[in-house]
Design a protein around this ligand. Structure first.
Ligand SMILES: Cc1cc2nc3c(=O)[nH]c(=O)nc-3n(C[C@H](O)[C@H](O)[C@H](O)COP(=O)(O)OP(=O)(O)OC[C@H]3O[C@@H](n4cnc5c(N)ncnc54)[C@H](O)[C@@H]3O)c2cc1C
Length: 479
């Protein structure tokens, strides 16, 4: 790894990879950094399990495009690509602190070390993670996020359990059910907080995105044919078990998310996979000093960008899920756009001449990007849990798992006036543990806004400090 690059891209998901491919052949030194061993971000995790019994379902062909991208970049000159390397912090003048767990360029001696590297232009494409709604028993072994269940299958080749209950509001629920069935697992049921009426209301709004509608229809048909019980307008309110999860208590809710008393039911299963949409990974942009803006319809706090996808910090760009949750297609489009924008700034291409291909390419991409963002707004609305659900979490429920802070403590402190992210953290230590608020941060923001009526801008967002990821002290001791 060199110490200076023309462009550094953090994140080898769809956004980062598309940007890298667009730079190829332009005579620039490019570095891509990703903490995962496999490239392709959340969508293209390597599949090590036995071939699925079901055909690969991808009417929009995004996965195929992603695998083709990876192959294309591998063949290109001038692109250094390190996997299993975490960016721990960003300092002034786009200097990055990188923990290299493994270096895949032969002859390099960086493995296990911390390295500093600087970019003329920095592209942040750090993606998203899942959003949680805590409930009694959610810390029991066997209760996991939808993404964790996917990773178990895709990266480790094991099913989450023999019989898995799937719940939440996320479109990933159907994807996971499809994958479990395709790998000879059983799905105990699908507990969907959205009612069928609410979902159908979205169909006319997204009618132009037929590949996604086809995908949804095929998933639904598969659930029906497999005899998977589907509970609509229903939520998990408790996970039960002695030493691990054995059953969930589910209950019907009103459209406002309020539990309807007397509708509780017990669902036995060996594991519970649950998720409520996604939140952008904004820790590195925060460190870089990028301004944020809050949009509930985009997944919460996102990086503010201009038309060139540049953040408020000069030459620091943000693309993909961190500018608003919208799926792989938008990440793909923004990756292309940001590279064209940087190439134009460097004088490598001319975007201003109306007669050249780049100009028309950019116009098309901008239009597609807007269209994709519009579609995503509806999807994010489907994933949203009504705020009242956060305000009514029972007192004994664990909120900050790392520091073991319960809802009762959080509620008491908010009522005493600690009603911003910063003050509540100082008063209770919530968000100060190993995950540094990545799991509880968005939950606490929703709890404060639900209990106080304050706006997210008044409540703030979780502070991000170096190192943003856990790293052993030995890495710092052996430079
Ligand atoms: C858990 C999960 C599962 C998903 N499963 C599906 C699915 O099955 N089907 C589907 O259509 N969509 C799925 N999605 C959505 C899909 O991943 C996104 O729409 C799309 O891939 C976003 O692309 P991206 O490039 O913006 O981000 P991502 O694909 O998330 O890529 C971001 C990359 O940045 C890297 N990164 C982040 N921080 C650092 C750091 N500090 N240092 C180094 N690297 C870093 C990550 O390792 C990751 O590879 C899933 C999303 C999540 C969060």
């Amino acid at each position: 790894m060199k110490t200076h690059y023309h462009v550094i891209i953090v994140g080898a998901g769809f956004a980062g990879l598309t940007a890298a491919e667009t730079f190829a052949g332009q005579g620039l030194d490019i570095l891509i950094i990703d903490e995962n061993a496999q490239s392709g971000g959340q969508l293209l995790r390597k599949t090590r399990h036995r071939p699925s019994l079901l055909p690969r379902l991808e009417p929009d062909r995004m996965k195929s495009k992603g695998f083709a991208l990876i192959e294309s970049i591998k063949k290109r000159q001038g692109i250094d690509w390190i996997t299993q390397a975490q960016v721990l912090g960003i300092f002034k003048e786009r200097r990055l602190l990188v923990h290299v767990e493994n270096h895949n360029t032969p002859g390099e001696k960086d493995a296990g070390k911390i390295r500093e590297v600087q970019a003329d232009h920095l592209i942040l494409a750090t993606g998203a993670r899942e959003r949680y709604l805590p409930f009694k028993g959610w810390t029991l072994p066997g209760v996991m996020s939808l993404g964790a269940a996917q990773i178990l299958m895709k990266s480790h080749g094991v099913l989450p359990a023999r019989n898995t209950l799937i719940a939440g509001t996320s479109p990933l629920m159907m994807v996971l059910a499809w994958e479990i069935l395709g790998n000879r697992g059983r799905v105990a049921g699908l507990v969907d907080q959205n009612s069928m009426k609410k979902k159908l209301a979205f169909v006319p709004l997204v009618k132009d995105h037929w590949p996604k509608l086809v995908e949804g229809a095929l998933y639904t048909a598969r659930m029906i044919l497999s005899g998977v019980p589907v509970h609509q307008g229903t939520r998990v309110i408790e996970a039960r078990g002695e030493n691990g999860f054995t059953s969930a208590i589910i209950a019907k809710t009103t459209p406002e998310g309020v539990i309807i008393p007397g509708t509780e039911k017990q669902c036995p299963a060996d594991a519970l996979a649950i998720g409520h949409g996604f939140v952008p990974n904004i820790e590195l942009p925060v460190q870089a000093g990028c301004e944020l803006e809050y949009h509930r319809d985009k997944g919460g706090w996102v990086v503010r960008i201009n038309q060139k996808l540049e953040s408020s910090v000069r030459s620091v760009y943000a693309v993909g899920e961190i500018t608003g949750i919208a799926g792989a297609k938008k990440s793909f489009i923004q990756g292309r756009l940001v590279a064209l924008s940087i190439l134009s700034r460097l004088g490598k291409i001319n975007l201003n001449s109306r007669t050249n291909d780049f100009h028309h390419g950019v116009e098309t991409l901008v239009a597609l990007n807007l269209e994709q963002e519009k579609y995503a707004r509806f999807l994010n609305q489907l994933c949203q849990v009504p705020l009242s659900a956060y305000g009514t979490i029972p007192d004994e429920t664990m909120i900050c798992r790392c520091e073991e802070i319960t809802m009762g403590t959080i509620r008491k402190n908010i009522h005493q006036g600690f009603d911003t992210m910063g003050s509540l953290k100082k008063a209770t230590r919530c968000g100060m543990g190993r995950c540094q608020g990545r799991i509880c941060g968005p939950v606490i923001l929703d709890i404060i806004t639900a209990l106080t009526g304050k706006s997210p801008a008044q409540v703030g967002c979780t502070l991000s400090r170096v190192p943003v990821k856990n790293v052993g002290i030995s890495a710092f001791l052996n430079p």
